[in-house]
Design a protein around this ligand. Structure first.
Ligand code: LMR
Length: 397
């Protein structure tokens, strides 16, 4: 039965973790998978998380199922974090939260919902986008299309994006990145969000907003600008949120699918369908990550600690972006890579070619995705001179 099954290459992003581990170069640098790293290159457990876990261990009384929508206490804190404390969407009871195994789990629930409830709709993703968007939507059987996002000079191609959005068939789904665009780091300005909103409204498109990096761009509220705008202005929006990154609880897979409907009645109808999608995929989400998040956000003191830590991470990334460009100055490459200081979030689309990326790996032990995407959190003041020299070398400097 199994004789005909072919071996396929592993996931390009996750594969970098293994390849990096095996490399014996003492100067190796990991700019691959999107996890935060501190100055020592570690991904520590956040202080607020450690404290919440200690309390959980002491106070937890049961490990019984938490239900297909997850813990109500988790949804209660995620909804205002994403939609805003005084959101009119929440006042109108038009948003439903479903705890999911990571942002990826939320995307898969959204994909199954689209495939079963809106079966004739296509889905449009930015070119480029997180490669797993392709995998998830295609696996659910949805026809996938692309709209341009970056031009040949490695800048945000907003005109190209807009022109393409205007051609999308009415009613199709358009995937937008709320902030910290993965893989490019190019985000929409407030004004651009308003322009996109108008096109979405005119074409009756359904926005699916991927919100995996809230707090890593400009701030928790600032990063939510486009999400809140769309949710408040439109009748229907799908949001896939993640707490895996901003709470540093990657392995606890802590996401949330937020479905915004026209009114409370329709929201409940949709919610009943999402429960089935969750049941058929994994039944109930894992509880631990959601319990950490809800314990932190239900406690003012822990919330303050978490805010401080998240701000530290964001500031460190943004400082490293500027220092990276500075480090390239002696090689005359600061203009070429100036975009790195302008982009936001963990990722930068550097403009390095696949061949240059291969050389960086083979000659210098520097690992990044072949598209030229670098995880900026992997930069450090210690490795920047080495990185700059290596990048100069592959640029023939
Ligand atoms: C990434 O893009 O590196 C992260 O979102 C991790 C992943 O699952 O790919």
């Amino acid at each position: 039965m199994f004789e005909h099954i072919e071996r396929v290459p592993g996931d390009a992003i996750l594969g970098l973790i293994e390849a990096f581990k095996k490399d014996t170069n003492p100067q190796k640098v990991d700019l691959g998978v999107g996890v935060y790293r501190d100055a020592e290159g570690n991904t520590p457990v956040m202080r607020a998380v450690k404290e919440a876990e200690a309390r959980l261990l002491k106070n937890e009384t049961t490990k019984t199922y938490i239900g297909s929508h997850g813990a109500p206490a988790y949804g209660e804190v995620v909804l205002p974090m994403v939609l805003g404390e005084n959101s009119p969407v929440l006042d109108a009871n038009r948003a439903s939260a479903t705890q999911s195994p990571g942002g990826t789990g939320a995307l898969r629930l959204a994909a199954d919902f689209i495939a079963t409830q809106l079966p004739d709709k296509g889905i449009w993703v930015s070119d480029p986008t997180w490669p797993n968007h392709h995998g998830i939507f295609t696996a659910a059987g949805i026809a996938l299309h692309k709209y341009p996002y970056v031009d040949a000079d490695n800048r945000l191609d907003f005109d190209g994006m807009l022109a393409a959005l205007k051609q999308i068939p009415e009613g199709d789904v358009v995937v937008l990145h709320a902030c910290c665009h993965n893989p490019t780091g190019f985000d929409l300005s407030k004004e651009q969000w308003h322009t996109v909103l108008e096109v979405v409204r005119e074409r009756h498109l359904l926005p699916l907003i991927d919100f995996a990096y809230q707090g890593f761009g400009e701030g928790l509220d600032e990063d939510a600008y486009g999400v809140r705008l769309m949710a408040e202005e439109l009748d229907e929006v799908i949001i896939t949120s993640s707490c895996s990154k901003n709470f540093g609880i990657y392995c606890e897979r802590t996401g949330c699918l937020i479905m915004v409907a026209k009114n409370s009645e329709q929201m409940e109808n949709i919610r009943s369908q999402i429960a089935i999608a969750a049941r058929e995929n994994y039944s109930n989400p894992p509880a631990h990550g959601g319990a950490i998040v809800s314990d932190i956000l239900h406690d003012d003191e822990l919330t303050a600690v978490w805010h401080e830590e998240l701000t530290e991470m964001r500031d460190r990334i943004n400082t490293l972006r500027r220092d990276f460009v500075e480090a390239l100055k002696p090689y005359g490459l600061d203009d070429k890579y100036a975009c790195v200081a302008e982009q936001r979030g963990m990722f930068s689309y550097t403009g390095l070619t696949p061949e240059q990326v291969d050389r960086l790996r083979d000659e210098f032990g520097i690992y990044m995705v072949r598209s030229g995407r670098a995880n900026v959190a992997g930069f450090s003041h210690e490795n920047l001179p080495y990185l700059a020299k290596a990048i100069a070398t592959v640029n023939g400097k």
